[in-house]
Every structure is written in structure tokens, then in C-alpha cells.
Design a protein around this ligand. Structure first.
Ligand SMILES: Nc1ncnc2c1ncn2[C@@H]1O[C@H](COP(=O)(O)OP(=O)(O)O)[C@@H](O)[C@H]1O
Ligand SMILES: [Mg+2]
Length: 389
């Protein structure tokens, strides 16, 4: 049997060959990048943006493009971001990639003559940004300048090698986060716009989990990145795809699942990718523990409870965050119980609470004026909190 964490991953992007559904999204995003269209993927956390983006990038690579992906969430500051971009872009040339690996292996010690020569050639051809990759720490000396250089690099390598480059910037809303990790957001986005606009052989893919921040960055006319990419939301993974995908995974685990049990599982997951996967994995755990040959409804119910338990800490952290905003707990509990958020609250207070919950990525609006707690496990946790709301 394959490792259950491979069959039911929950801690990060799903490798392309393990994705359930979303084939059309991947193909469309990939085709857009190949055609030179910039894309903005916005949607709640843990719903599959990075998985689709990485799979689309892999498709672009198969079509002959260079690709580079950088997760802004993992970058401390402008210098660190510059270094990551430079490295990711340069790795498209296999000779430079090998050299880079060797230089990293020799961390701290002086670069050998061959590496120095090769990187000097690359610098002559592609500009000083090459040094950012080869000399870790260099970017920190003048982060702004380093970032400006790194942003130019994709177009440089595209021109030099005659290929299109697809650049994926994940968790892009972090440029506008209150901590300003990369400096003043306005300045940075203006600089990006100026460089990106000249980068005619580069396609950009931006992903971000806080939809209204993303809309704010790319939407209003006065924003630097206004209309720079076309927005798209991921399509829901259909129930049909879930049923087929999960049925096959349970079979691979040597514990086939009954069809009414898989229906129950898909219903409990409520279309939320990560929670569906977590409940599935815990269902398998329950079936293995019970020593049964097949998975039936009771195992799914136990699986849901196990998933709730395993997410308990995460839920408690969410609750702490919710409590920072007045009335947000009341509103969240009401939504979790399928009730209207407003009764007894001043409209402005309810609005503020909804806004805070949305900003925290905990609720989303599937239709105008309708709100729901996005994650069905968090929804159950909130619904079962003691007290009336
Ligand atoms: N197509 C998919 N098939 C199966 N599970 C998925 C799929 N997309 C996302 N998931 C689940 O959601 C989790 C988060 O996916 P990820 O791509 O990292 O989301 P995001 O980037 O939106 O936070 C994965 O670990 C997995 O459990
Ligand atoms: Mg992601």
C-alpha cells in the first residue's frame, strides 16, 4: 500500500499526477501563460491555487517555456525575494543550475575558478542579477537595487535564449501586508509594473489567498498593477471528480470504499479540497484500525471526527484570531449554524466583523450577500462551540 500521506496529501500543493479534478483549470492557465497572458488566481487558502499553478507551470515547461516560481510568504525581505527570483530564473539553464548547486555545496568557502568563470560569462550576458544567485547575502547589501535587478532577469534570459518565461509569484498579496516585508507596497508595485510591462517575453502568474486584497492590487485604476492580469477563480472540483478520485485512492490503499460511503465523504468535505483530503485520510485510518476490508459509512463518520480532532489546534488559533474583532465570534458562529449574521447588531458592526473574517480567510461569499465559513471542519467546530450566538 502507498503511504497514506501520499494518497491523501494535506500539507501543501498536490503534485500534478495526484490532483483530483481541475484538469481544465490547469490546461487553461497553462495555455494562457504559453500565449503570453498574465493571470491572477485568487481564492481562499488551502483550496488548491498553488497545486493548479505549479501544474500549469509544468505544462508550460513541457511546451518549451522557461519557468520560475517564488512564494512571497517564504521570503523575509526585498533582498531575500531578489535572491529567490534570481535563483529560480537561472535554474532554467541546466549548466547554471548545476553550477549553482555546486556553489551552494561550497557555502562559505570561496568559489572555485571554474564557477567564477562561468558565472562571469553569465553575468556578462544576463546582467548583475546573476551574482544575486551565486553570492548569497549580496542582495542584503542593497535590497532595493537587488530586487530591481532580479525583476529584469526573466526578460533578459528570455531574450538571450529566445524562449518565453513564465514567472509564478505565489501569495502575492504579501506585497501589501501590513508588515511591509518588501518595503512600501506602492513603490514596489510601481517598479514591478514598469519592469513587467517591458518584459514582453515573460508571462506572469500571480496567486493570492485574500481575494479582496488581490482585487485591490490589480483592480482599481489608480493602482500600479491595475488590469495587469486577468482574474480567474478555480473552478470547483465536481462531485463526480471527487467520487472517482477518492474511490480510486481508497482502492490504491487496498481498502475499497462503498459508493454510499464515498457520497457521504464528498458531502462532508463540502467541496473544500484540503478538508476533503483530511477527512478521507482519517477515514482510511479508521478503516485500517478497525481491520475492515471495505470502507463504509461508519468509518467515514469516525474519519470526520478524527479530522476535527486533528485540526483542533488550528481551529483554536482561528478562534483566537476571530476574538480580536468585536462581534466576529458571534457572526462566525451564526454563519457556522446557517443563520443570518445581522440580527441585533448594528449593520456597520456586522459589516466590520464580516470583513475581518474575510480578511482572515475564514469566510467567503459563494453568492452575493451570502456568507459561509469556508472550511467545513472549522464550520463544525464553530457550530459546536457552547453558547448562543
Ligand atoms: N486538485 C486537488 N486534488 C486533491 N486535493 C487537493 C487538490 N487541490 C488542493 N487539494 C488539497 O488542498 C490542500 C492545499 O492545496 P494548495 O494547492 O496548497 O492550496 P492553496 O495554494 O490554495 O493554499 C492540499 O494539500 C490538498 O489536501
Ligand atoms: Mg498556496
Amino acid at each position: 500500500m502507498r503511504d497514506i500521506r501520499v494518497l491523501f496529501p494535506t500539507d501543501g500543493p498536490v503534485p500534478p499526477n495526484m490532483m483530483i479534478g481541475r484538469r481544465a483549470d490547469v490546461e487553461q492557465v497553462s495555455a494562457a501563460l504559453v500565449a503570453g497572458t498574465n493571470i491572477v488566481l485568487a481564492g481562499p487558502r488551502r483550496t488548491g491555487k498553488t497545486s493548479v499553478a505549479e501544474a500549469a507551470l509544468a505544462g508550460a515547461r513541457r511546451a518549451g517555456l522557461y519557468t520560475a516560481s517564488v512564494d512571497l510568504f517564504r521570503r523575509r525581505d526585498a533582498g531575500d525575494l531578489a535572491e529567490a527570483i534570481a535563483e529560480a530564473v537561472i535554474a532554467n539553464r541546466s549548466a547554471l543550475k548545476r553550477l549553482l548547486a555546486r556553489a551552494r555545496g561550497a557555502a562559505g568557502t570561496a568559489l572555485d575558478a571554474a564557477t567564477l568563470t562561468a558565472s562571469a560569462h553569465a553575468r556578462a550576458e544576463l546582467g548583475e542579477a546573476v551574482d544575486l544567485a551565486f553570492r548569497p547575502g549580496l542582495a542584503a547589501r542593497d535590497p532595493d537595487r537587488a530586487l530591481a535587478q532580479a525583476l529584469e532577469l526573466p526578460q533578459r534570459i528570455a531574450s538571450a535564449d529566445g524562449v518565453r518565461v513564465a514567472v509564478f509569484l505565489d501569495e502575492f498579496q504579501d506585497v501589501a501586508s501590513p508588515a511591509r516585508p518588501f518595503g512600501d507596497p506602492d513603490r514596489l508595485t510601481k517598479r514591478m509594473r514598469a519592469v513587467f510591462q517591458r518584459s514582453s517575453s515573460v508571462s506572469f502568474l500571480f496567486a493570492g489567498s485574500i481575494e479582496h486584497l488581490m482585487r485591490d492590487l490589480f483592480g482599481p485604476n489608480e493602482r500600479a498593477l491595475s488590469q495587469f492580469g486577468s482574474f480567474r477563480a478555480l473552478s470547483p472540483i465536481t462531485e463526480h471528480a471527487w467520487r472517482a478520485g477518492l474511490t480510486s485512492r481508497f482502492r490504491q490503499a487496498d481498502k475499497p470504499i462503498d459508493s454510499d460511503a464515498v457520497d457521504l465523504l464528498v458531502g462532508l468535505g463540502d467541496g473544500h479540497p484540503r478538508s476533503t483530503m483530511l477527512v478521507s485520510r482519517e477515514t482510511l485510518t479508521a478503516a485500517l484500525a478497525g481491520g475492515r476490508d471495505r470502507v463504509a459509512e461508519p468509518e467515514v463518520r469516525v474519519g470526520f471526527d478524527l479530522a476535527l480532532t486533528s485540526d483542533r489546534l488550528r481551529h483554536e488559533q482561528a478562534l483566537e484570531q476571530i476574538r480580536l474583532t468585536k462581534h466576529a465570534q458571534t457572526v462566525a458562529m451564526r454563519l457556522a449554524r446557517g443563520r443570518k449574521p445581522y440580527p441585533g447588531l448594528a449593520p456597520s458592526a456586522a459589516q466590520r466583523a464580516l470583513r475581518a473574517l474575510e480578511l482572515a480567510g475564514l469566510i467567503d461569499s459563494p453568492a452575493r450577500g451570502v456568507w459561509r465559513v469556508t472550511d467545513p471542519l472549522l464550520r463544525r467546530f464553530l457550530a459546536e462551540l457552547p453558547g448562543t450566538a
